[in-house]
Design a protein around this ligand. Sequence first.
Ligand code: J2J
Length: 557
Amino acid sequence: SDPTSMGTVPWPPEFADLYRARGYWEDTAIGDVVRAVADDHPERVAVVDGSMRLSYRDLVDRADAAAVRLRELGLEPDDRILVQLPNGWEFIVLTLACFRSGVIPVMALPAHRRHELSHLAGVSQARAIAVPRTLRDFDHEALALELVEELPDLTLVLSLDRDRPADGERVIDLAGLLAGPADAAEARQAADGMRPDPDAPACFLISGGTTGLPKLITRTHNDYVCNVRATSATAEFDADDVYLGTLPVSHNFPLGCPGVLGALFVGAKVVMLPSPEPVRAFATIEAEGVTVAAAVPAVAQRWLDHQEEVGGAQLASLRLLQVGGSRLPDEHAARVRPVLGATLQQVFGMAEGLINTTRVDDPDEAIIGTQGRPVHEADEVRVLDPLGKDVPDGTPGAIYTRGPYTPRGYYNAADHNTRAFTEDGWYGSGDIVVRRPDGNLIVHGRDKDMINRGGEKISAEEIEDLMYRLGSLELVAAVAMPDAVLGERLCVYVVPKPGRTAPSVEEVREAFDERGVAAYKFPERVEVVADLPMTKVGKINKKALREDIATRLDSST
Ligand code: J2J
C-alpha cells in the first residue's frame, strides 16, 4: 500500500486500542487542536516575532490559506517537504499548514548543509524544500536549487525573503505563500476538507542517533498531541503563559515539549527569537513578559553568568526555565533559582519519544540533582543490565522505553530498528541511568557512540566515515573531549597511512566545509598517534581514548 505505512512501524493493535480507550490518543489532528483554540480566543496574540504580531485568528487563517496553496503547488497528503527555516513566524505558519493539509514537514536544522540535506531529502523522498533565501551569509536558495538538480523526487524550492519577493521563475515565493487568505472562510473550508488521519505522520523528526547518517522519526498526530499535552501538564502551561522559542525550533524540545505547540494548544503567546544571545533574550523576556523558556545547559550557563554580571529585574516575569539536551551540571542547576529567580525544570528527552522532567513543586534537591521522571502515566521505563535483566533502583543500567508517544521504529530502517528496538517494542536510547526510589532518573552516562556537543548530537561513525574519505588515514576514532562550556567537543584520533602525513585540524575543517557538512560537526582537535588502543574483542577502545584526551587537556592547562 502507501509508502508511509510501508516505512512506518505501527503500534501493535492491543496498545493502540488501549491508548485510544484511555483517551491518550484523542483522534484529533494537530491543526484542529490549534483551530479550536483560535475559535475560542481569536483576538489573543499567538505569535510575536520582532515587529510581527499574529493573533490566533491571523495564525490559523494564514495556515489554512497556505495549506490550500501547498495543494495548488501539487503537494498531496503524505508528500514530504524538507523545512529548513530559522526561528520566525514563518516556520510556525508553514508547519501548521502542513499539519492541516497532511503534507509532512521534515524538520531539518538551519545549520545543515549539502551533506545533511541531500541525505534527509533522499531518505524522506522529499518533493519540496523550504529555505531562507540567505542566512548568515549562506546562500540556501542556491544549495536548494543544486539539490533539485540531483534528487529525482525533489522539484520545488520555496524560498523566504522577508524584504522582497523571491525570483518567481525557479523558486516559489514563500512569503507570498504564507500571506493571509483572500477569503478566510473559503480557505478554512478547503483546509477542513484536507484533514489528515490522526494516525498518519504529522512530521518527521531527526534522530540524534549513533549510526552513520541520521534516521527519521515518524511522529503521528495522535502521538505528538499526546507528547505536547503531557509535557504541557508538567510545565503547568496555561493561557497566561508566554513561551520564548529561542532554541532552533525544529528540535523536538522547543517544538513540542511543550514548546511552541504547547503554547498554541492552551492559547498562550509564543515569542520567537533567532538566537539565545543573552542581551537580546533578556530584553525580549522583559518586553514581552516571558514566563517560560527552554535552554540547553550551555545557554543556561550563559544566562546565569550574564544575570550575575548585569543584575537587575529583566527576568522578573520568568517563572520556569526548562533545561535539557545534555547533562546540566548540578552546580549550575543549583544557581538557577537564586540567580534567575525562576524554577528550574530539568528535561531529559529524546526525539524518539520518552520525555522526563522534574516537576515544578518537586523539592529543590530533586530539581537540582535529577533529570526527572516520565511525563505520561502510560510511559513504561525499564533499566536493564547488559544481559537484559532489570537492575534494582540505585544501580546504573541502560534505559528502555515504550509508550503512547514513543514510536516503535524509525522510518524505512528495518535493519537499524532490530538494533534500536527489542522484539517487544522497547526503544533503547543508549543512555545509562540510575532510577531512584522516588522514580526520578539521573543520567549517569551513555553507551552509544555519539558526541553530545552542547545538546547537538554528532554520530562518531558519521565523522569517521568523513575522515576516511580524506584518503590519508589508516585509522580514525571520533571521541568526546570534555569542555567547560559545551560539556563535550569533538576530537578525532588519527593514525596516518604509512608515508602519509596527517591533516591538521584546519585542513580537516576545510575539507568538511567543502563537502558541505554542518559546521557543528567539524572536529575541534586532531590527535595524531602511531596506533590506537584496542579492546579484547578487537574494537577501538574509545573509553581509553576519552580518558586519554581528558588527561592531555588537563595537563595542558
Ligand atoms: C543528559 N542527557 C540528555 C539531559 C537529552 C527535550 C529535551 C532534550 C531532547 C533531546 C528532546 C538530556 N541530560 N537532560 O528531544 O524533547 C541526551 C540523551 C538522549 C539524547 C536525545 C526533548 N536530555 N539528553 O536532546 O533526540 O543522550 O533530544 O538520549 O536531540 O540527548 O537527543 P535528542
